[in-house]
Design a binder for this molecule. Structure first.
Ligand code: SF4
Length: 259
């Protein structure tokens, strides 16, 4: 055997995927905030967060912008073939050279579709680098697609916000793997979030991947940040004490009133 590293590639015959929407906009959250991206929102999720306002239930058709950033849409029948997406985005990139920074692979939970993603991501990554937004629970699925990802934004789902028990062990395992690429942990917080919950999340990051940035994202309610600025700054100070890079970033696309 030669000494080079071997990547095991999952071979599947699933090539079509249920999409909710495809559009071009400015990333409003996380480490790439402000970057123009092509958003691919996949249907389906394995969690049921109380605050979720994201459309992810599979639909007969997905909406696709007629031109990048136009906020006018046409409908494509689901499921979608990757070649349809590649051809469309290829045209967008030709029409707007250099405007787009990356893809946002988002949901729902995109990793539910790992069998098709191993076909899709190599082709999409020929157009733009890929950012995965994920709830941070499906570690083995991440393992299958990690070679094609440039950034992974994983959530830590706090029970105080989701209404469901926090999957601490799943988050820990996922972070161990995701930290092999450019990864950050995003934690949605509300005014009632107990500091003990945040501390437990910070302890895991400090234990597993201290270099990974932690983003506190205050919940947006009725278009406004629902947590007092002083509270966010106080939490940032406490968690930074564990030696972490802690940032406070609200959902900026709400203020811009863009998709
Ligand atoms: S993980 Fe995301 S898409 Fe799924 S229910 Fe929670 S907020 Fe909604």
């Amino acid at each position: 055997m030669c000494g080079s590293q071997i990547t095991l590639v999952r071979v599947t015959h699933v090539t079509k995927l249920p999409l909710i929407e495809m559009f071009s906009s400015v990333q409003g959250e996380g480490p790439l905030v402000g970057r123009r991206q092509v958003f691919l929102r996949f249907a389906g999720c394995n969690l049921a967060c109380a605050y979720c306002d994201t459309p992810f239930v599979p639909t007969a058709s997905c909406r696709v912008e007629t031109a990048p950033g136009s906020e006018t849409f046409t409908l494509w029948d689901n499921p979608i073939d990757v070649h349809q997406v590649v051809n469309c985005v290829h045209g967008w990139l030709a029409d707007l050279p250099q405007a787009h920074h990356s893809f946002s692979i988002t949901g729902g939970e995109p990793l539910l579709h790992v069998d098709a993603l191993v076909q899709w991501l190599p082709q999409l990554s020929q157009l733009l680098p890929l950012q995965l937004e994920t709830n941070g629970t499906l570690t083995e699925s991440l393992r299958s697609v990690l070679p094609w990802l440039r950034w992974v934004v994983m959530d830590f789902k706090l029970e105080s916000q989701t209404g469901e028990p926090t999957p601490w062990n799943e988050h820990r395992q996922f972070l161990q793997l995701a930290a092999q690429v450019n990864c950050c942990v995003k934690i949605v917080v509300g005014a009632e979030t107990p500091i003990e919950e945040l501390q437990r999340a910070a302890d895991i990051v400090a234990d597993v991947a201290r270099h990974v940035p932690v983003i506190l994202q205050p919940r947006t309610i009725a278009g406004r940040c629902s947590v007092a600025g002083a509270q966010l700054i106080a939490w940032q100070g406490v968690l930074s004490g564990a030696g972490l890079d802690v940032r406070v970033i609200p959902q900026t696309h709400c203020y811009l009133a863009v998709l």
